[in-house]
Design a protein around this ligand. Sequence first.
Ligand SMILES: Cc1cc2nc3c(=O)[nH]c(=O)nc-3n(C[C@H](O)[C@H](O)[C@H](O)COP(=O)(O)O)c2cc1C
Length: 249
Amino acid sequence: MTINPYYTERRTVRVYKNCPVSDKIISDIAEAASHAPSTGNMQLYSLVVTRDKDNLAKLTPCHFNQPASTNAPVILTFCADLNRFEHWCRINDAKPGFENLQSLMSAILDVTIFAQQFVTIAEQNGLGCCYLGTTTYNAEEIANALDLPDRVIPIISLSLGYPDDDATKTPRLPVDAFLHFEKYNRHSDDIINNLYKVIEEQPDNARYIAENDKDNLAQVFTDVRYPRSNNELFSDKFIDYIRRQQFMK
Ligand SMILES: Cc1cc2nc3c(=O)[nH]c(=O)nc-3n(C[C@H](O)[C@H](O)[C@H](O)COP(=O)(O)O)c2cc1C
């Protein structure tokens, strides 16, 4: 079997040409991506496209104005959407029982698979994308900026455009790190450190270690990029939001 080189050569694009992406292209990609699997074929998702300058200006602060968002001609917000499906149920005398975490999880899985399918198709057709992990940090602010109805929760955002630089390819863990046949293979300390070496030695990561005065890359992740205080703050915010949206039963 030969794997198509797209899969191993692809990379995240954060710098875009000053060039619009047409409605037709976005719509064609969304239509194709909708053929991805979804829970019970319910397609519990919606996608909001933002291109208008004023609307982008409302959205980018929700992404902490990270350059990948402020550079982009388009921001796509992928939402877990129970609103549309529940509406259809109610007008058909069907009583939806989706006010719980299990149903939100189904919608999160559906929207995540749809979004990644969108990325794959977009990248294979000459576009570049960057996931904005800041979406669930500020999900309610994004919902307000996009005027989302109740029970439509922003989960994933992408910046999208035509690539304007040769984004660097980032290394991956060796397949032995995460692939287990039959039984989970518990790695020793030495093996774990060896598995992560390829990531630690990436030039950008070596620079982050030095710039942040850390001993190693693991400390950059725990102390700088994803510190406990931020993780807990944004978890509390998100839980509070989905509780008010009736998803925590
Ligand atoms: C859920 C998720 C959130 C991400 N959030 C961000 C982000 O906020 N900003 C950013 O520049 N890149 C973000 N990325 C992109 C990753 O940094 C990138 O995929 C990873 O470093 C591997 O690089 P590659 O995609 O070029 O192979 C995110 C990716 C995922 C899947």
